[in-house]
Write a protein that binds this ligand. Sequence first.
Ligand SMILES: Cc1cc2nc3c(=O)[nH]c(=O)nc-3n(C[C@H](O)[C@H](O)[C@H](O)COP(=O)(O)OP(=O)(O)OC[C@H]3O[C@@H](n4cnc5c(N)ncnc54)[C@H](O)[C@@H]3O)c2cc1C
Length: 272
Amino acid sequence: MTAPGEKRGPRIAVCIKQVPKAQELQVDPVTKTLKRVGVPSEINPPDQNALETALALREKHGGEIVVLSMGPTSFDESLERAIAMGADRAYLISDRNLGGSDTVPTALTLTRAVEKVGDVDLVLCGEETTDASTGHVGPGIAGHMGIPQITYCSAVSLVDGRVRGVRMIEDGAETWEAPMPCVVTVDFGCNKPRQPTLTGKIRVKRGGLVTHWSAADLGLEPSQIGLKGSPTIVAKVDTVQLPSRQGKIFEEEPTIAVSLLLDALRKDKVIP
Ligand SMILES: Cc1cc2nc3c(=O)[nH]c(=O)nc-3n(C[C@H](O)[C@H](O)[C@H](O)COP(=O)(O)OP(=O)(O)OC[C@H]3O[C@@H](n4cnc5c(N)ncnc54)[C@H](O)[C@@H]3O)c2cc1C
């Protein structure tokens, strides 16, 4: 706790989601939904970059890193990994009533968690997830909180009490500044996330650093969350069946084989 008037380092909240490992992504052929149970998971890769950004800012400015996640209790695994990487504490918002939430209640729930943590100066999110990939949640938190946002940042710094974010655009880079509190979303691959340390793993083993909150703990009504609080309706899900590829090997001598290949590609309109 900081005494009134005492200057403290920034309190940074990092939102992380646990996702199925990209190479393990599978669609259930019967339910046509993403298989999540029994699939190896990881911290959403851009969220690892967001956490690394927070750790680097804390090294420079002091302060505290609080990790937030909404999801089932299996997400504890990722929260513990975040603590082992160096986060100070973590909160998991887990509640049956949250099942079926789209990005609007997800962002609202995380907003309420940020508010309950209190005195948060900077909220860091990944640019998007590797499973649902909407990129809505970070901007949604800024919208619910009514605070500025800088999205798709590849570098984040704190300058004179303001947040500075650099965004790579097609023909250069833009630099934006915003007063705190503010939300920043971080590009995938903008830094190299550190590995958990032995000290970090010991802190996890000692326990007590991951707290669970229910929707009611955050003052959320059942009508605001889950399917009832979600304006998006998934009307239909189709699995695309890719046609099998026709492999063809031209076994003639090279000049003829190349000419036959070019003819075949022209015929199929692959090249003009
Ligand atoms: C109608 C509908 C029903 C759905 N029902 C379910 C369901 O029952 N179960 C289910 O798992 N998903 C469900 N989803 C998907 C769910 O809405 C999204 O996974 C969730 O809202 C996050 O969206 P996203 O993955 O696109 O995140 P993005 O907006 O792409 O994420 C951006 C960043 O926000 C942060 N973030 C995102 N999600 C979380 C989180 N949960 N905790 C902490 N930080 C986060 C991360 O920093 C992330 O990098 C449903 C979606 C719809 C449209």
